[in-house]
Unconditional design. Structure first.
Length: 256
């Protein structure tokens, strides 16, 4: 689940307004009108919602593993220490960073051919809208980095544990083989990310890649690569919105 899907749950969140007094008294000076720098939603409310939604996927993964268990070593224990010591090991960091490069290359190709593809333009527009909704109009780089890291960690851990560590291995145990299990897992992954057909196709490609990364290395490398890519995507989008005033204005108009 990426930022676009998470923001569906935050779409109607807003800062509550006080009801006017039945007999208002004249004020010596008018109240200042809202500016474009005020957040669209109370920070960090969307970020908390994002964590809760992603946490449900992790709960689902361990619940499924409880009722339909894999081997004892197939899925990591639900322990922060277990994740921390493995995710921050030098081999995992190196493999994860290198593993992010193909995804960044795919994103770069999509960026260059986007002008001739209305479908890719809609994907970019949806992502930019979601990032602006998540960060607020200021879209500061510091907030983007913090939110990108939060999204990357939560999505990387929860989605990789559910889709790669549990579903892929469980389907592989049903006799589909690794390739068949990876394809079917990626179909489910794409359906869960179906903001649009093009978005789902890109999610399917990414899922196929994460599956092979998991199969060729380990779950921690897949988590790290997934997390780093999502974090970079949020920061890149926020930077683009911050630099392009016309884009930001058109996105802001969609909130009205």
């Amino acid at each position: 689940m990426g930022v676009c899907e998470c923001m569906r749950a935050c779409e109607h969140s807003s800062v509550p307004r006080a009801n006017p007094s039945p007999n208002p008294k004249p004020s010596p000076s008018p109240s200042p009108s809202p500016t474009n720098d005020e957040p669209l939603v109370a920070f960090p409310k969307p970020q908390i919602t994002l964590c809760l939604l992603q946490g449900q996927l992790l709960t689902l993964a361990y619940a499924l593993n409880y009722f339909f268990p894999l081997s004892s070593s197939a899925i990591p224990p639900p322990s922060l220490a277990a994740y921390g010591s493995n995710l921050l090991s030098p081999p995992t960091i190196a493999i994860g960073l290198l593993g992010t490069l193909p995804l960044l290359l795919l994103a770069l190709v999509c960026h260059f051919i986007e002008k001739g593809s209305p479908a890719l333009q809609r994907v970019s527009r949806t992502t930019e809208y979601s990032v602006l909704r998540l960060l607020g109009p200021s879209s500061s780089i510091s907030r983007a980095v913090a939110t990108g890291c939060l999204l990357g960690i939560t999505a990387g851990v929860t989605e990789e544990i559910l889709f790669r560590c549990f579903l892929l291995q469980k389907l592989q145990g049903f006799g589909l083989g690794f390739v068949g299990a990876n394809l079917l897992t990626s179909v489910l992954f794409a359906l869960g990310h179906r903001v649009s057909n093009t978005y789902a196709l890109l999610a399917f490609i990414a899922s196929i890649y994460f599956g092979f990364l998991f199969g060729g290395t380990n779950i921690y490398a897949a988590i790290f690569a997934h997390a780093v890519y999502d974090a970079i995507a949020v920061v890149w989008c926020a930077r683009k919105i911050g630099k392009d005033k016309a884009l930001r204005a058109s996105l802001m108009a969609e909130f009205e």
